[in-house]
Design a protein around this ligand. Sequence first.
Ligand code: ADP
Length: 250
Amino acid sequence: MTSAAGPNATILEGVGQTVLVLSGKGGVGKSTVTVQLASALRAAGHSVGVLDIDLCGPSIPRMLGLEGRDVLTTPQSVISLAFFLDSKSDAVIWRGPKKNAMIKQLLTSIMWNVDYLIIDTPPGTSDEHISVMENLRSAAVLGAVVVTTPQMMAVGDVARELTFCRRTGINILGVLENMAGFVCPNCSECSNILATGGGEQLAVKAGVQFLGRVPIDPMLALCSEKGENYLVKCSSSPAAATFQALVTTL
Ligand code: ADP
């Protein structure tokens, strides 16, 4: 197995454990999982930092109620590449070397002082992923949570993601299936309106842990949109239960 850790790779200053959140494609809920995992870890008494290097769809600031802020006016434990853009359209003109230099700087020059650092990465396996691994000693990374939806197309993309982890020596914590079933806003019952189980089948086939199912919950979408704390507002929902259980697998 080859490792992408570069010769000058570092163990992050002041970070207990680093968790990468990956997905094969966009829109499957990677940023949602990042934010809810961070929130569940905080509720369990840990200090947590969030680093968002997804320039394709930097939704972390919005989900944490920090949209429109810049790097100087946000809490020190949340850093998004979006905070460094003059405008949203800047994202398309940042080329690989500029992104890589910024990721390197964020990883190596910030004193995080947290138990866990959760890194939200772009979909797929891009320059940003390689840059993260080149700048971190693999010993500094606890592992990757791979997010998929239950449908087979997303699952196929995830298989490629798992291969990337294996080739670059990233420990795979497991596969989390998001948008599996629908929680009715009236009766809170969960119905399987589309296929479910694809993520679990993939995890079994790939020999990695299945981390559970998160149903579609309109309240989760609403809280993410408004930057509200979903785990506090909807602590007894099935989706919240999966995020809370995720903490125990780290
Ligand atoms: P990604 O980071 O993979 O692009 P996001 O986390 O931004 O995906 O999610 C895409 C959209 O789907 C967002 O509007 C988010 O609020 C919504 N979403 C994600 N997961 C769920 C869920 N389980 N229930 C309801 N809405 C969800």
